[in-house]
Ligand binder design. Structure first.
Ligand code: ADP
Ligand code: ZN
Length: 531
């Protein structure tokens, strides 16, 4: 047999073996997108990085090949609770799996060590903080005849991701201690920067990089400013009577408040956040999964590893921390493939709230967090197809706008006919103000407000002062956001000082056309609500 023929023979054999394992242990008849090549790279001992959206079936990509090989696969997983769930469900399928983390008693550890030495374990889950120095643990792994290492939620190794965990940096030592076995990373976060960082930080060697499709055509995206929040939220819930939904809030306090409000309106709603005691939180989650409650109101703590197929709507009250978070959190809707809706209601204070939260982070991380946050803010103000924006963020392309799956593609899609003129007014005001001020100040100048700060700066004498007197505060704010997201303006520093970009210079000269949304009606100032 030629080498090529031998190779394809081997590939066919692997494929048959994998299909059999999939059927025998999980009862599945076919592979999801990219599962097969992902599994094959494990069987071929080739390092890999697999990027699949939430619900894409990443776990099976390493669990199935583990069953085709001799020895024990090592799985690194960041969440202790997730680890236990995974091991439990593997055992239910008749697979001998175990985990080692800080929750085990000494007795349990001994038992697992014995099973490993007896070569009984096929999949060993490890918390990354277990990997510290060469010693007992490495000897134990050696005794179990390790077959390969799978790193779940691999983006945790990168500070450019949305969930950096310093312990993941220890994984490089694992690679050094076991140079002869292959390493595989799995994540739902695929920006180029994070991807490159994972490869570097895990020391992947010429990895096969597999990236799945990120578009979720059955999800409808709508993003709007907060106005009368409770009415807005109720509007969504009422579209799906008695159907399951998740509401994400930035803070625990807000979770409590929204839960109370919904309960007093008669909805079966419950809270979920890290400040609650474990038992109550778990009980609420279980009740939601069993449809005993309709709506779970949660912080980002909710959702990892939750597999409820029939969530019909996801509402964000406040902007998510990153677009990765948004994709993951909205991705919990419509896992059954049926139409579902994702609504985001943002307000002017959201970014400030996040910045306050970021201020506890080390400086290097803060910079990354601020950049990711700005991407979300731009996404909110963008007038492009939401599906397109999301997919492009994840490094892919969409042939055409979705047409039916987002606010921009379905709403009358009318743009302000005088977009250029209004944009020029805004930019020239920013220019005349010396590019030293943020959005809210600029709005006040354009509206012709007579406040002390404006007077002190003599900005009430600018030719742009009061130029947009007949436009509402919301409109001007939204327009500035749109000009930032379209690249005519940039923001700098923690206060978001507005700067005119090179593209903005072209706009001032009338060489390029911006697109501004139609204005919202102007409310009298006494009726204007705080968001
Ligand atoms: P991810 O980690 O990518 O979010 P999971 O590994 O949790 O996704 O898988 C999501 C769901 O899809 C799970 O319920 C899993 O059992 C199921 N699943 C995975 N692969 C297949 C397959 N080939 N056929 C049918 N169901 C699958
Ligand atoms: Zn669209």
């Amino acid at each position: 047999m030629t080498r090529a023929a031998a190779k394809s023979d081997q590939a066919l054999h692997s494929r048959k073996q994998l299909a059999k394992v999939l059927k025998d242990y999980w009862g599945y008849d076919s592979f999801h997108e990219l599962q097969l090549p992902a599994m094959e790279s494990v069987l071929a001992d080739r390092d890999s990085l697999v990027v699949l959206p939430t619900g894409g079936g990443k776990s099976l990509c390493y669990q199935a090949p583990a069953m085709c090989r001799e020895g024990m696969a090592i799985v690194i997983s960041p969440l202790i609770s997730l680890m236990k769930d995974q091991v439990d469900s593997l055992r239910e399928n008749g697979i001998s799996a175990a985990f080692i983390n800080s929750t085990l008693t000494a007795q349990e550890k001994w038992e697992i060590a014995d099973q490993i030495k007896g070569r009984e374990i096929k999949l060993l889950y490890l918390a990354p903080e277990r990997i510290q120095a060469r010693g007992q643990l490495t000897r134990l792994i050696e005794s179990g005849n390790p077959s390969f290492v799978a790193v779940d939620e691999a983006h945790c190794v990168s500070q450019w991701g949305h969930d950096f965990r310093p312990h993941y940096r220890e994984l490089k030592s694992l690679r050094e201690w076991f140079p002869e076995i292959s390493f595989h990373g799995y994540t739902a976060t695929a920006t180029n920067r994070v991807r490159a960082d994972i490869i570097e930080q895990l020391g992947l060697h010429e990895p096969e990089v597999l990236i799945g499709h990120f578009d979720r055509p059955n999800l409808f995206y709508r993003i709007a400013q907060r106005d009368n929040l409770l009415e807005q939220v109720q509007g969504v819930i009422e579209k799906f009577p008695s159907r399951a939904g998740v509401i994400y809030c930035i803070s625990r306090k807000e979770v409590e408040r929204v839960t109370d409000q919904l309960q007093s309106l008669g909805y079966r709603a419950a809270a979920y956040h890290a400040g609650m005691d474990d038992a109550q939180r778990q009980a609420n989650q279980d009740a939601f999964i069993k449809d005993e409650i309709q709506i779970i109101v949660a912080t980002v703590a909710f959702g990892m590893g939750i597999d409820k197929p029939d969530v019909r709507f996801v509402i964000h009250i406040g902007i998510p921390k990153t677009l990765e978070n948004y994709q993951q959190e909205t991705g919990r809707a419509g896992r059954d493939g049926l139409n579902s809706e994702c609504h985001l209601f943002f307000g002017g204070n959201d970014a400030r709230t996040w910045k306050r939260i970021f201020s506890d982070q080390p400086p290097t991380l803060q910079q990354a967090s601020l950049e990711s946050l700005q991407t979300v803010v731009d996404f909110c103000h963008s007038l492009d197809c939401r599906h397109r924006s999301l997919v492009e963020h994840f490094g892919q392309e969409l042939q055409e706008d979705c047409g039916t799956g987002c606010d921009h593609c379905t709403d009358g899609r009318e743009f302000e006919p005088d977009s250029l003129r209004y944009s020029q007014m805004i930019l020239s005001s920013i220019y005349r103000q010396g590019e030293q001020f943020a959005t809210s100040y600029t709005v006040r100048v354009l509206q012709g407000r007579a406040d002390d700060r404006i007077r002190q700066n003599a900005h009430d004498e600018l030719t742009t002062y009061g130029l947009l007197r007949d436009k509402s505060q919301e409109t001007i704010k939204a327009w500035i956001g749109q000009l930032v997201s379209q690249g005519f303006l940039g923001t700098s520093g923690e206060f978001g000082i507005l700067k005119i970009t090179e593209k903005g210079g072209k706009l001032l000269r009338g060489e390029v056309e911006p697109r501004l949304s139609m204005p919202t009606p102007k409310r009298s100032s006494s009726a204007s609500r705080k968001t």
